[in-house]
Design a protein around this ligand. Structure first.
Ligand SMILES: [Mg+2]
Length: 265
């Protein structure tokens, strides 16, 4: 009897404690703090960009080289590099820590407008080195276009992205930045925009923090050329299929905070 009474007394407390522990708390997310504060994160980023910088001359000189699989190479096309923006050029760890859950694109865009952007270590120097070598740079982001109340601009987030890059020292022409939804066929499957750039440029490098910055069909949501939802196995298979590109034309930055990898957990 005594034991049953104790169990009845503490059971609700245990349930409540369990609920409290299962609630996500960004201040206990070591991934966010690693990106925000760790010297190791900075070192890894600098290491990746140092490798990419060292490879520029080789890929510019080799007119038969392309970082776009299954793409016919036109040696007469000028060289270009395609980069992602968030966690590739810009470090958003501070936002990940403080934004009020749940996430919304509007919160991310508002934060970008109100806070100075922070560069991923090595990113700005890499872009400047590429441009100095005569390589065009394109920034392909999945930040979405969403109208704001009282604003007729169909994509006010475009200017936020341009301003963010400018704040870290990267000036861009308007045709060098593309957002998801900016054109009717530019959805979150970035392959569409990569192929469009590859029609006019020999794409010598891809730089990003997400598998989808390199290969199609990396998300569970079925889009564009993908016919079935992505799985952990299909993502790993795609990663291995193109393993010769990693560190040699493809450069992936670490992001333990968010990404398409979380869609198959
Ligand atoms: Mg990114």
């Amino acid at each position: 009897m005594q034991l049953a009474k104790i169990v009845r007394t503490i059971a609700p407390v245990l349930v409540l404690a369990g609920c409290a522990h299962s609630e996500y708390d960004p201040y206990h997310d070591s991934g966010i703090f690693w990106v925000k504060d760790a010297a190791e994160y900075q070192a890894v980023s600098m290491q990746i960009y140092a490798q990419a910088t060292a490879d520029i001359a080789t890929f510019v000189a080799d007119s038969s080289w392309s970082a776009m699989p299954d793409q016919a190479v036109d040696p007469l096309l000028p060289p270009a590099i395609i980069l992602d923006i968030d966690q590739t050029m810009l470090n958003g760890a501070e936002f990940q820590l403080i934004y009020e859950r749940p996430y919304s694109n509007e919160k991310r865009d508002a934060w970008g407008r109100e806070h100075a952007a922070t560069a991923v270590p090595g990113a700005v120097e890499f872009v400047k080195a590429a441009r100095a070598a005569g390589v065009e740079t394109f920034f392909v982001t999945n930040r979405p276009c969403e109208k704001r109340a009282g604003n007729p601009d169909p994509c006010p987030q475009f200017q936020t992205a341009v301003d963010d890059l400018r704040e870290i020292g990267i000036e861009v022409n308007t045709d060098q930045v593309s957002l998801s939804g900016q054109q009717s066929d530019w959805d979150r499957e970035k392959l569409v925009r990569r192929k469009l750039i590859a029609e006019s440029y020999r794409v010598i490098m891809l730089v990003g923090d997400d598998l989808s910055d390199f290969v199609p069909c990396a998300r569970t949501k079925v889009m564009a050329t993908c016919e079935t939802p992505t799985t952990a196995e299909s993502r790993n298979a795609a990663m291995r299929k193109y393993q010769h590109y990693w560190g040699h034309g493809w450069y992936i930055l670490p992001n333990p905070m968010h990404g398409s990898w979380t869609s198959v957990l």
